[in-house]
Design a protein around this ligand. Structure first.
Ligand SMILES: [Zn+2]
Length: 192
């Protein structure tokens, strides 16, 4: 009897310890997930007349290194990447039904001295985060965005996306297309 009770108690103790550890583990897992080379997070929010795309990417995906540029070639790589990100309507072709025009683009990267970077960047790494805002005459009609990110940023292998729209919340994962599809835009679609 006593033996059984002890075993139950120790089981409860282990369960309690696991529950106590869980928030820490999941926070750590999220942090690691936030910076995996080759992966990018893309959050799309369709709200009123706007489509706002929040991007969180390891800088490595965008320029191939994670520090300030040193050589002329690296400086050119960075300048080209920034120009491509600022011309965001070439990277993100929103469903024409929504009739969107590119609005403000906000780029943030501590390593590149851009904007107000996230102070919680992983040690030894650097991110490039961005917010792209589009103004639309019929934002609610948008059901997809064609992404040219894979063809422009060669280090990118996977996009994990969340979409919040009046049609609901969606999660999508896109992998770098291969073969004949590699040069085509990758369609991020949702809704009906
Ligand atoms: Zn990194």
């Amino acid at each position: 009897m006593k033996h059984i009770r002890l075993r139950r108690n120790s089981g409860l103790a282990i369960a309690a310890a696991l529950f106590a550890a869980a928030p820490f583990l999941s926070a750590q897992a999220q942090q690691q997930h936030a910076h995996v080379h080759g992966q990018m997070k893309l959050d799309v929010a369709i709200d009123g007349p706007t489509v706002v795309i929040d991007m969180e990417s390891p800088l490595d995906n965008i320029v191939g290194f994670e520090r300030a540029p040193k050589t002329d070639a690296e400086k050119k790589t960075v300048a080209d990447a920034i120009a491509q990100l600022r011309a965001a309507d070439k990277l993100f072709a929103i469903d024409p039904a929504a009739n969107c025009k590119l609005g403000p683009v906000d780029l943030r990267s501590g390593a590149l001295g851009l904007g107000n970077p996230d102070p919680n960047e992983p040690v030894g790494h650097a991110d490039l985060d961005a917010t792209f805002s589009f103004n639309c005459t019929n934002a609610a009609a948008a059901k997809f965005i064609d992404l040219n990110l894979f063809s422009v940023f060669k280090g990118l292998r996977q996009i994990d996306s969340q979409i919040a729209s009046s049609q609901g919340q969606f999660k999508r994962q896109l992998k770098r297309p291969t073969g004949a599809q590699a040069a085509q835009p990758a369609r991020l679609g949702w809704g009906k």
